[in-house]
Design a protein around this ligand. Structure first.
Ligand code: NAP
Length: 516
């Protein structure tokens, strides 16, 4: 069986003990194994800090942007091979594999573009300067300078390429070296991307290291200039945040965790409107794309009482058209869940929801001889206020219709019961109703997505994370923030207020002046 190695301290390390298997979720066949046994994690961090960091910080944002552009191209050249690997190890359809891979290369390319805004300097000015003294002679300017540590990225299994690339793009552009660790069950794609990155020779030595398997005692060696960015479940996030060494050194920790994302149908939406068509299409897409294993997928569908019957019938009809099966087959719209533990978790989750909801469609294993398949499952809550719908994330093709009164107040109250989300989508043509809902959801969501008849044909789906818009959310969603253009670099930069003689401070650290 193939053993997937790690890239540390400038060489590939293949462990001989502690192997964990990776499977094909369609056939349950073991494909490969990996382990990080034998790696000296303290030395991994030192290598990044001593070799990779200085090399990156010698470059300007523009030069680092060039590296990202080349990386994007190098990975894209292997697109077909990576799609095949994703189908095999992650059980994705071709379309789902592209979503992950094109998201990865697209985000790297976007950050290469954002680098132009940052310019040919090694630090960023944060807004304009400010007079601090009696006259403007004593001046202040906030700047962002790169941290001198290392960015440790612990990623979730569901986006092996994108999750690594979106974190790398921000850290490397900021001038901070990375240590990447993918979720083990689907690490094949990430491992191959790591090979491509290393073989390309694009990045300076020490700027990129890759761990295929566990992180051992790595967190215990992190320090005040380092950053931990984690994507995964809130349970693991809480465990990592509580690491005594991270707490002691106030290591910056960014957590992207789970979220009970909501789709809210407004009371004014007509069934023959474009907005309603979009609502149906987006709910269906979120339920089946990546077999529902998407942190931004809709889990709660809020529908006014008088529309529940029609919405239920329409969604059941559209889900009935979804072919579940081998993701390598052309006609398949939805593949298996990515691992056996995912499968067991989703089955248990459906059972828990079913105690308080009627099953409109699905709710069972799919009819396949082998593999970790379930059917798209749509439920209808008996009472929208029941705790389980606002507390349990079932990370699969599962969503629940929650009937509500149609008032803005109730839409906000029920949605915010999720305790903090990545995204909520709002479908309505009534502007003042929408504004009230948006402002009510804002404090509890990283992103509020809206659609009406005037924009319906131009929207990108709410589940799609875009490099130019913030990704992250408060509370249960982890309290973190990634992406959002140059905002995504902030975790890797230190904001410093520089004070002194205006002539120097403004000239050396102020915003780049437009050429006359
Ligand atoms: P997970 O079980 O929490 O694992 C996430 C990552 O943490 C994996 O790389 C895992 O490694 C690692 N890990 C687990 N225990 C660890 C420990 N004690 N020390 C260090 N690392 C540890 O989550 P998952 O099952 O991969 O992903 C699904 C969850 O992620 C869902 O809840 C989903 O909502 C969430 N998610 C959130 C976002 C977001 O952006 N907010 C995006 C995608 C997914 P191993 O795989 O080696 O165990």
């Amino acid at each position: 069986m193939q053993t997937l190695s790690s890239y540390v301290q400038g060489r590939w390390h293949t462990a001989t003990t502690g192997a964990r298997p990776l499977h094909d979720p369609t056939t349950e066949e073991a494909l490969a194994e990996c382990s990080t046994d034998g790696i000296d994690f303290a030395r991994v961090l030192e290598h990044a800090r001593d070799v990779g960091g200085p090399a990156l910080r010698r470059l300007t944002f523009l030069e680092r942007g060039e590296l990202l552009k080349k990386l994007s191209k190098a990975i894209h050249e292997h697109r077909e091979e990576l799609i095949e690997l994703s189908i095999k190890n992650a059980g994705t359809t071709r379309g789902d594999a592209k979503f992950d891979l094109d998201g990865a290369t697209g985000t790297l390319a976007s950050y290469a573009f954002f680098a132009k805004e940052a310019g040919a300097r090694g630090f960023l000015s944060d807004g304009g300067g400010v007079q601090l003294g009696r006259t403007a002679r004593f001046w202040g300017q906030h700047v962002f300078v790169p941290k001198t540590g290392v960015a440790v990225h612990i990623n979730a299994f569901n986006f092996p390429a994108w999750n690594m690339a979106e974190k790398m793009a921000c850290a490397l552009l900021a001038g901070v070296p990375v240590v990447e660790k993918p979720g083990t069950p689907t690490a094949f794609v990430a491992w191959r991307v790591a090979q491509i990155v290393v073989d390309s020779g694009i990045l300076p030595e020490g700027a990129f290291q890759f761990l295929c398997g566990g992180v051992g005692d790595l967190l215990d060696h992190m320090g005040a200039q380092d950053v931990l960015a984690f994507t995964g479940s809130s349970g693991t996030g809480a465990k990592l945040r509580g690491n005594a060494n991270l707490v002691r050194h106030n290591v910056h920790v960014n957590i992207e965790a789970d979220s009970l994302n909501a789709a809210i149908l407004g009371p004014d939406v007509d069934f023959d409107s474009e907005t309603y068509g979009l609502f149906l299409a987006n709910v269906e897409l979120d339920m089946i794309q990546k077999t529902g294993q998407k942190c931004t997928a809709v889990r709660r569908i809020f529908v006014p009482h008088d529309k529940v019957e029609r919405v239920s019938a329409d969604l059941v009809a559209s889900l009935a058209r979804i072919t579940v099966g081998n993701p390598a087959d052309k006609g398949t719209r939805m593949g298996p869940l990515a691992s056996q533990s995912q499968f067991e978790g989703v089955r248990a989750g459906i059972e828990a929801l079913q105690k308080s909801a009627r099953t409109l469609t699905g709710g069972s294993e799919a009819d396949q001889e082998k593999g970790w398949f379930v059917t798209p499952t749509l439920l209808l809550a008996e009472d929208a206020d029941t705790d389980v719908f606002h507390e349990l994330e079932v990370f699969g093709p599962v969503a629940t219709i929650l009937p509500y009164s149609g008032t803005a107040d109730e839409a906000v109250r029920l949605t915010n019961r999720g305790g903090g989300g990545l995204v909520a989508s709002v479908y309505a043509n009534d502007r003042s109703w929408t504004k009230e809902v948006v402002l009510g959801l804002g404090p509890w969501h990283g992103r509020v997505w809206t659609a009406n008849d005037r924009v319906a044909e131009q929207t990108l789906p709410p589940g799609m994370v875009l490099p130019a818009a913030l990704h992250g959310g408060p509370g249960r969603a982890g309290g973190g923030g990634e992406l959002g253009g140059l905002r995504g670099l902030e975790a890797y930069l230190q904001r410093t207020a520089i004070q002194g003689f205006q002539g120097w401070i403004d000239g050396d650290f102020g915003p780049v002046k437009e050429q006359a």
